[in-house]
Design a protein around this ligand. Structure first.
Ligand SMILES: [Zn+2]
Length: 319
């Protein structure tokens, strides 16, 4: 009994951050150590469809569950959110389709008041990129870009261990480059936006047109692998447009590593192989020399790990 008490005491005495990854459906959360190890990882409903207060309440509940009401050792909270996050204020800078009730929302300020804790906020794709850069598929890279390909396309650029934010927090939005081929108009309003042609939403649209069921990206990849020439053409066209967007990123930032994650990237080499070929097509020989295009390593936990690392970075700066 004494030994057990000692062990619990040692554990509760170690320092940790709380990392949170807010989505339209789920809130993921865990305790994160300084070297990025997770404890107590859990998902709960994000309550984003309920009200403006819903996600704040979900976050407060998650923090309470992870700290067990005691805050010994808690160094701060890091949060990844959809949308453009102002790198100075930590506010959501404009509307995002995943969080209907928030627009130009002072996220860091409201959350810090509510929790009574230091809070740092960044875009969710940026934090997944930070985690992959430091601990995952881009470990050891000087410059990396991590692209999350799901229904849409998110991306984060990390340079020498730090996220590149741009002036307003919007750097790396390669999903909305005007490289589309007229597949469908994008919600963003950019003419010929590439996202509908280079993401899971485009694959789902083509699956419907081909009469494939269920109408989702995985079905198209399975049909292509089974030899359906129409599905093979759809995958080839999608990989070509994604590769064109990545090619622009490669020309601009000259990365060591391009990391592909997200639901659509679970197709693995069936996506990576044609994307590598397309990136080669659309980049200069100087840029593709030694460039690696690889699958993400940290899966659905990347955002929580990155959020925790961000909180640790902030604590180190303020120490
Ligand atoms: Zn767009």
């Amino acid at each position: 009994m004494l030994l057990r008490c000692a062990a619990v005491s040692a554990s509760s005495g170690s320092r940790y951050a709380v990392g949170l990854d807010l989505g339209g459906t789920d809130l993921k959360a865990a305790r994160v150590s300084a070297d990025g190890r997770l404890e107590g990882f859990a998902k709960r409903p994000s309550r984003a469809a309920e009200s403006a207060e819903g996600p704040l309440e979900a976050i407060a509940e998650a923090v309470a569950a992870l700290t067990h009401g005691a805050r010994d050792g808690l160094i701060g909270v890091g949060l990844g959110s959809p949308g453009v996050i102002d790198p100075v204020t930590g506010s959501l800078a404009g509307p995002t389709p995943h969080l209907h009730f928030w627009e130009a929302f002072p996220l860091r300020e409201r959350l810090s008041q509510r929790l009574g804790l230091p809070v740092v906020v960044d875009n969710d794709a940026n934090l997944a990129a930070l985690a992959e850069h430091r601990l995952g598929a881009a470990r050891g890279a000087r410059v990396s870009i991590t692209v999350t390909v799901g229904t849409g396309i998110g991306a984060g650029i990390v340079v020498e261990g730090r996220v590149l934010h741009g002036a307003r927090g919007g750097a790396g939005e390669i999903g909305h480059l005007p490289l589309g081929r007229g597949g469908a108009p994008c919600r963003c309003g950019v003419p010929d936006c590439v996202e509908p042609d280079a993401s899971g939403s485009g694959l789902a649209r083509h699956a419907r047109e081909l009469g494939l069921s269920p109408a989702e990206a995985a079905t198209v990849f399975a049909a292509a692998e089974a030899g359906d020439p129409r599905a093979q053409a759809v995958v080839a066209a999608m990989a070509d447009r994604l590769g064109a967007a990545l090619g622009v990123a490669v020309s601009l930032i000259d990365p060591d590593v391009v990391v592909l994650g997200g639901g659509v990237a679970q197709a693995g080499e069936r996506l990576l192989e044609p994307v590598r070929a397309a990136v080669s097509r659309y980049t200069l020989a100087t840029h593709r020399e030694g460039l690696r295009v690889v699958a993400a390593a940290l899966g659905e936990r990347a955002g929580v790990i990155g959020a925790g690392l961000l909180a640790w970075d902030a604590a180190a700066r303020s120490a």
